[in-house]
Design a protein around this ligand. Structure first.
Ligand code: HEC
Length: 165
């Protein structure tokens, strides 16, 4: 028996193989289309994920969802308390003014001593506030604690006067 392939047979096989190759090409093209769309989806998801993460990180602190982060909540409350709640006149007096105004150090008019305050009161309260804020004689501005607000110094003056009358 002759094992040689005849021309018609060859063309048949050739056609079948060509068809298979064309078919494979189409399948590969379709598959690559599908995979490509998957990977752009994944890329988009990754990009938007990154974007939302960076949005969270660059969020102004005032917009942070406090309920979801108790430690930040605590920090903000502490910061707000120390920054925003003014110290009372008594607190300021005890912390800053007492060292001079209780003992009369350096000639400071003593708290509770009305005769030492009567002349000063005669200038008017507003002048006392101003001198306490800006300093007078040996007394440094705000008793040396310039981080005090004007209002805090004023309420310390009020406290001194309330204990002096
Ligand atoms: C370092 C000491 C010192 C500290 C601290 C100090 N004072 Fe005085 N204070 C003085 C002296 C001294 C005078 C008198 C100054 C003068 O008349 O020459 C004075 C005067 C004053 C007067 C009278 C001002 C006037 O016009 O006669 C007021 C009000 C006053 N102090 C408020 C305060 C308050 C409020 C604080 C705290 C925030 C404070 N002082 C802290 C030393 C001090």
């Amino acid at each position: 028996m002759d094992n040689k392939t005849t021309d018609p047979e060859f063309y048949k096989i050739f056609a079948v193989i060509t068809a298979i190759i064309v078919l494979l090409t189409i399948i590969i093209a379709i598959l690559s289309k599908i995979f490509a769309s998957y990977s752009t989806d994944a890329h988009e998801n990754y990009k938007s994920e990154l974007q939302s993460l960076s949005n969270i990180r660059t969020e102004p602190t005032g917009k942070i969802n406090l309920a979801s982060n108790p430690s930040i909540k605590q920090e903000i409350i502490v910061a707000a308390k120390t920054n925003l709640t003014p110290k009372s006149g008594e607190e300021v007096y005890n912390a800053v003014c007492m060292s001079c105004h209780t003992s009369g150090a350096a000639g400071a008019p003593m708290i509770g001593n009305s005769s030492q305050w009567s002349d000063r009161l005669a200038k008017g309260k507003d002048q006392l506030y101003l001198n306490a804020i800006n300093g007078i004689g040996i007394m440094p501005a705000k008793g040396g604690v310039t981080s005090l607000s004007d209002d805090e110094v004023n309420s310390a003056v009020d406290y001194i006067l309330s204990k002096t009358n």
